[in-house]
Design a protein around this ligand. Structure first.
Ligand SMILES: Cc1ncc(COP(=O)(O)O)c(C=O)c1O
Length: 400
């Protein structure tokens, strides 16, 4: 049986039809089982922040695997302690909790919000509402799903976890209307990723900060996709100059190893008490070594600066292509190395994605009709230029 046939026969069909079998990767290049190489500007959906098979990462993971892959959270390990120290130094005074994925990190934030609400109102069930943004994405577990205000993601799972109210992104008035004394937190992505890469307005985030203060609610940022250098700063929050009370991270943190984390500011770092939250795998030495190597590579190679510079180059190139082909591309937007192009009907992102892959460029569909550019943070100028050339050539061929 082929890989495709085994998938069809043995895996639950929650991802729909796929036929592209991948075999290996090196840097920004992904190699398919078809023997072809592809410029990987999807990076595993913003995960491969230092590219495929980065030598520092490979060495760290292999040597930690040979030494100690896992220990229970009844014990301490140096990689876990080192990662916590690194994250706090990069983010600010506070503490972190390490878990395994983005959705799990958001679950922890939701629980932190409930603990905060109970603490300040004096009872459970009085102040637990969380306001999130329409078209946001926070994950697939039931808590994160209730926070994800998208009908297509929630369909089939009602009754959802109660206590969520949705407001319009980048619309402070809409959030103002949703607030009340029973609100424990506001949770938003500083750049909405899954719905097509929509950056927040700085004014909006600053306004949310004020609103949260007024209602004694936590301001929480989901930086699962836009964090870890992708915005051109370590956090998008730092790019905007608006620090939340807590935030979630995942994707780019492990450089390909599954890991997630939350950070809570000093004031809220003790919301969780012994026994109030936990995970078997979270913080294990192997995952933390992968994250430590990823962060060391980002620091030692100045990759956040590179992300800012390459992001500008990509933005300019995309904008030129959008102007030259305005009958195909509606707009382009984003921040740092998180960009998208939105196609005009009848052009579709699914069709464009297939054509671009055939031409050697991998992008990720998003929203209703967009494609995302999320290359590794160490992408080179020549690789950005090549991606732009492939995009323009593919559009020209399509128009013929
Ligand atoms: C902003 C955001 N939050 C949460 C998640 C969920 O993360 P995970 O798939 O690691 O559970 C995602 C995944 O795409 C995301 O983009």
């Amino acid at each position: 049986m082929t890989t495709y046939e085994k998938y069809s026969k043995y895996t639950i069909p929650n991802y729909g039809e796929r036929d592209f079998v991948v075999e290996s990767g090196k840097g920004v290049w992904l190699y398919g089982a078809d023997g072809k190489k592809y410029l990987d500007f999807g990076a595993g959906i913003a995960v491969l922040s230092i590219g495929h098979a980065n030598p520092r990462w490979v060495k760290a993971v292999a040597s930690q695997a040979a030494k100690l892959a896992h220990c229970s959270n009844l014990y301490l390990s140096k990689p876990h302690a080192d990662l916590a120290e690194k994250l706090v130094n990069k983010i600010g005074a506070g503490k972190v909790f390490i878990c395994n994925s983005g959705t799990e990190a958001n679950e922890a934030l939701i629980k932190a919000a409930r603990l905060h609400g109970a603490a300040v109102s004096g009872a459970e069930g009085k102040k637990y509402r969380i306001v999130t943004a329409l078209d946001g994405f926070h994950g697939r577990t039931l808590g994160a799903l209730a926070a994800t205000a998208q009908e297509k993601v929630q369909r089939g799972y009602s009754p959802l976890l109660p206590g969520f109210t949705y407001a319009r992104y980048n619309d402070l008035e809409s959030f103002e209307k949703a607030m009340g004394d029973d609100v424990a937190a506001v949770l938003v992505e500083p750049v909405q990723g899954e719905s097509g890469v929509t950056p927040a307005d700085a004014k909006f985030l600053k306004g949310l900060k004020k609103l949260c203060k007024k209602y004694n609610a936590l301001l929480l940022f989901d930086e699962v996709q836009c964090g870890i250098g992708r915005s051109g700063k370590f956090l998008a929050a730092q790019k905007y100059g608006v620090m939340p009370d807590g935030l979630s991270m995942a994707k780019g943190l492990g450089g390909g190893f599954p890991i997630g984390a939350i950070w809570l500011s000093r004031k809220y770092a003790s919301l969780f008490k012994p026994g109030s939250h936990g995970t078997t795998f979270g913080g294990n030495p192997l995952a933390c070594s992968a994250a430590n190597a990823t962060l060391s590579e980002i620091d030692s190679k100045n990759l956040i600066k590179n992300a800012a510079e390459m992001g500008e180059r990509l933005a300019k190139g995309l904008s030129n292509i959008a102007h030259g082909h305005s009958e195909v591309i509606k707009l382009t937007r984003g921040l740092g190395l998180m960009r998208s192009v939105l196609f005009k009907e009848p052009y579709s992102n699914a069709d464009m994605c297939r054509r671009l892959r055939n031409a050697g460029l991998i992008l990720i569909p998003a929203g209703s009709n967009a494609l995302r550019f999320l290359p590794p943070l160490n992408v080179k100028a020549s690789e950005v230029d090549l991606a732009l050339r492939i995009l323009e050539k593919t559009i020209k061929e399509l128009k013929k």
